[in-house]
Every structure is written in structure tokens, then in C-alpha cells.
Design a binder for this molecule. Structure first.
Ligand code: FES
Length: 230
């Protein structure tokens, strides 16, 4: 007999992604079509691999750029376009966090809190961003502009702490001032006011993308959980 403390049957946290079920739809059928340019691009992807499933990742990427995220019907579109089983495309889309399975803000901040970034203040930066925008980790601002996420190592440990903007530019050597400048620029529809660099070598090459307060800022101060927003 089930009591309130007895675990019930397992319920999938994302039932809309169970192949075979009828998920809620987010994109109208009329919009589930490729343009001529996109079709030509997908043909190029196909030609680059011996079998069509080689083109799954690039076609999913194209779909995400077109629709902003990958609801089940878009995954189905990719599968049908390539003639690859839905389950296979679904498996790829759900394996990589860079593919968005839920709607995000226009700009998605992946703040690295892996080891190098963590010891250089990655959590300070994550919490500052959450508190500045008034959203929890994983949350999106009410205006739909910004989503804040925590990320594992993004391969730029030498310029920690850092974040990535919507699977694109890296912002290195983060400080609170740099985050403020980044938010102002993005809100104003401007380019980021610093270069995205991978391996900064010298001051001239950094183009302003250098932490200037490294000595003044105390790190290791902020624990993994914010005091104000969870
Ligand atoms: S630990 Fe942050 S980029 Fe590697």
C-alpha cells in the first residue's frame, strides 16, 4: 500500500522528450520548413560525411540558430530531413548542453565554475550576475534577454574566471565591472567591448580584455550557493 512516504512510480522530468509520446508543440507546422539557402547548407553538410547521421550535429546547430532552441518537433524536422531515426537525433540533442532543449533568453551566459575559474572567483562572478539580473541559476530575465547558467570547464582556464555568451564569444578575466560593461553593451545592441581571445599573450594583444584588479580582488570568498538567490 502506498503511504505519503512511499516513492511513487518514476516520472520522467522531461516527458515532452520521450520519443513516441505526443509532446506539447512550440513551432507551428507551417514554420517547420527550411529555406532554399538552409536546404543547400544541409546538402553541403551531408556531402561532408559518408552517411547522413554524420550531418546530425551541424543540422541541429543550424536548426537551433533558426528556431532559437530545439523543441521535439524541430528535432523531428532534423531527423526527417536527414532520414535518420528520431531517437538518434534526440540522443545527440540531449547529450550536449550546447543544444538548448528549452527556451532560453536571447543571450545565454555560461559562467565557468570549474576548478581554475572557481579558485579565481568564478562563483563570485556567477552570483554577481544572478543578483544583478535578479534570476536564479538557469533562470531567464522577465524581458527574455538574458539566461544565466553554470558551466563546466570551457577550455580557457588560463584567463579565469570566464564566461561564454550563447555558445559564442568568450569573456575572459571577469570582474564585476566587466560584467556590467557586457550587460550594458548587450542591452544597447552593441558588440561586446572586449575581444574574445583564447590564449592571451601580451597586453597589446588583449585589447582591454584583461583583468585589471587581480591583486585587489579577494577570491575564494563566495561559496557555491548564493546567499540571496538560489
Ligand atoms: S576552469 Fe574555467 S575555463 Fe577551465
Amino acid at each position: 500500500m502506498l503511504t505519503p512516504d512511499t516513492p511513487g512510480p518514476f516520472v520522467s522530468p522531461s516527458p515532452q522528450y520521450v520519443p513516441g509520446e505526443k509532446p506539447e508543440r512550440h513551432v507551428a507546422d507551417a514554420d517547420l520548413v527550411w529555406t532554399a539557402d538552409e536546404t543547400a547548407q544541409i546538402d553541403v553538410f551531408r556531402s561532408q560525411y559518408p552517411t547522413p547521421d554524420g550531418a546530425v550535429m551541424k543540422t541541429l546547430w543550424l536548426a537551433q540558430e533558426k528556431y532559437g532552441w530545439l523543441p521535439p518537433e524541430v528535432i523531428r524536422l532534423v531527423a526527417d530531413t536527414l532520414g535518420v531515426p528520431y531517437a538518434k537525433v534526440y540522443g545527440v540533442a540531449t547529450f550536449y548542453t550546447q543544444y538548448f532543449k528549452e527556451e532560453k533568453g536571447r543571450f545565454v551566459f555560461d559562467v565557468c565554475t570549474c576548478f581554475s575559474c572557481q579558485v579565481c572567483g568564478g562563483y563570485d562572478m556567477l552570483h554577481y550576475l544572478k543578483e544583478t539580473l535578479g534570476v536564479p541559476k538557469g533562470g531567464t530575465t522577465a524581458d527574455g534577454l538574458f539566461t544565466v547558467q553554470e558551466a563546466e570547464c570551457l577550455g580557457a582556464c588560463g584567463s579565469a574566471p570566464m564566461l561564454q555568451v550563447t555558445n559564442g564569444p568568450y569573456v575572459h578575466n571577469l570582474t564585476r565591472d566587466k560584467i556590467d560593461a557586457m550587460l550594458d553593451a548587450l542591452r544597447a545592441g552593441k558588440e561586446l567591448p572586449f575581444e574574445s581571445v583564447t590564449l592571451p599573450q601580451d597586453q597589446a594583444e588583449l585589447g582591454g580584455n584583461r583583468r585589471t584588479d587581480a591583486e585587489a580582488v579577494e577570491t575564494y570568498q563566495t561559496p557555491p550557493v548564493s546567499k540571496t538567490i538560489h
